[in-house]
Every structure is written in C-alpha cells, then in structure tokens.
Design a protein around this ligand. Sequence first.
Ligand code: R5P
Length: 296
Amino acid sequence: MTTAVLAFADEAGPAAALAARLGAKFMEVELHRFPDGESLVRVPSPVPETAILYRSLHDPNARLVEILLAASALRENGAGKVIIVAPYLAYMRQDMAFRPGEAVSQRVIGKLLASAFDGCVTVDPHLHRISSLSEVMPGTVAASLSAAPALAEALDLGSNPLLAGPDEESHQWVEAIAAPHGLDFIIGRKVRNGDRDVHVEFVDAVRAAGRNVVLVDDVISSGATLIEAAQCLRAAGALRIEVLATHCLARPADLEAMRAGGIEQVRSTDSVPGPTARIALAELLARGLAEAGLIT
Ligand code: R5P
C-alpha cells in the first residue's frame, strides 16, 4: 500500500517535513491560477493509494476550491483513500447564526470537506460551542489536535513570568501551557464590536505589574485582541510582553501594529506560513494521523 504526502509548492516545506516523519513519499501538486481567478490543479502520476493532501486553509476561498479539485483528481486517478491535513481550518468560527439570516459556515464547510475526504486532521479549530470536530464533519474521520504541548515547549521562561489569555475562550490554551511549567495566569474579558473594534480588560491586571507577560491565544487575525490586551497589561505595569499563538493570520501591517502596540515578539506554529511561524507541527500531525487510524 503506497502512501504519500502531497502539497502545492507554497507549502512544500512543512508538507515534506510531515512526509519525512511518516516515512512517506512527498509529491508536489501543480497549480495554475488563470487571469480570471479560476484555478487549474494537476496531481502527479502515479497517485498513491493513500493520498495525504497537506493544505492549510488560510486565505480560504481559493484554497477550498483547489483542495476539492485535488481530491477529485486524486480519486479519478486511482487513490483509494484521500485525507486532508489542514493545520489551519478556516470557517470554523461562525458556528451559529449570530444574527438572523446568517449562514452557519462551520456546518457548510464541514459537510463539504466530509463529502470530499475520507479523513481530516487539523490543529486547534475554533470549536467553542461544539465538543468534537466529528459533529462538524459527519461520516468522516476527523481529528482535532491541540498545539498546546508544542506551545508549552516553545515557551521562553524569562524571569518572573505570567501567562495571560485575552478572553474566556483562550482559557483552555493558557491553562494547558501554564500547567507543565507550574505558572500562574490571568484571563481577560473581551467585548467585540467589529472586526478590528474590540475591548479587552483584566479585572486582576495588577498581577502583571513588574512581570514578563506571555499572551496566549489560538488565532491572531487582525491582532486587535492582543493589542488591546497588551495595552491593558502595560498600563498595569507589565514589563516585556510577548505572544504565543497556534495560528497567526496577521498581515505585515497588522504585525507592525502589534509591535507599535507594545508586543515585543510574536511566535506561532507553522500552521500558517509567515515570519512568526517558528514552531513546527510535523511531529504532532504525524502522531495525529496515526492515532486517528488514518494511516498504519
Ligand atoms: C476569538 O475568540 C479568537 O480566539 C481570537 O481571539 C480572535 O480570533 C482574534 O482576532 P483578532 O486578532 O482579529 O482580534
């Protein structure tokens, strides 16, 4: 039974690292984007019996179409099992209709992926109101892995550290990263009024006075949440403030705004390529594929 990890050229690095961990072959999928925005996808020949397609779903709209095309081409050319490894899984945040008339994108995209793939492995998807990824992807093997152990390992323990999460949703990551080091932490409260309009406060911000703070979150999107949190903690007397996150989607201008907002360093996993992606996930993904029974 042949198994290979396939990826488009822009993710050849982390995909090849995953292939190496699995002892599997790495193969590149060709992609051409036409001037009108359509994509042409061509899979290599011969296709493996078990095809593990590595594609993170930041910049999601084009990528979603391209993985559906790739899955179809893999099956038509003989793959018996097609698995998607999407370290960042988009559209998971809209998990309910917050206002009348809104589509529940988590459910729609989950079903779409379940219809195209036999298995899905991802890291820290934004599942706050449901308990498992399988509920989102009925009929397929869905594994949701936690980056918390990798983030905990990457934590630089300077002097007098304090961990902080900007909102209640970040609590689970902050707690999991703090525990192996025996660190204390504080959790903020967030009110969001718009994409970049958020307010964060810490009722116990005073605990940050004279401490080196590591802010922890699952996703950095615009960076507004962490800028707000950093300003609150800095006003309370925090010394150095840095950030550890699973996924960093921030654009260069957002990263610059974070620096200007007093955040000295941002480090994230390599789920999304970029200057902050310094924590490799290959080992976690390889283990996740095996533990989910997707590869033998
Ligand atoms: C929300 O619950 C997430 O955990 C993040 O806090 C949020 O997505 C960050 O978004 P932004 O960087 O745009 O404030």
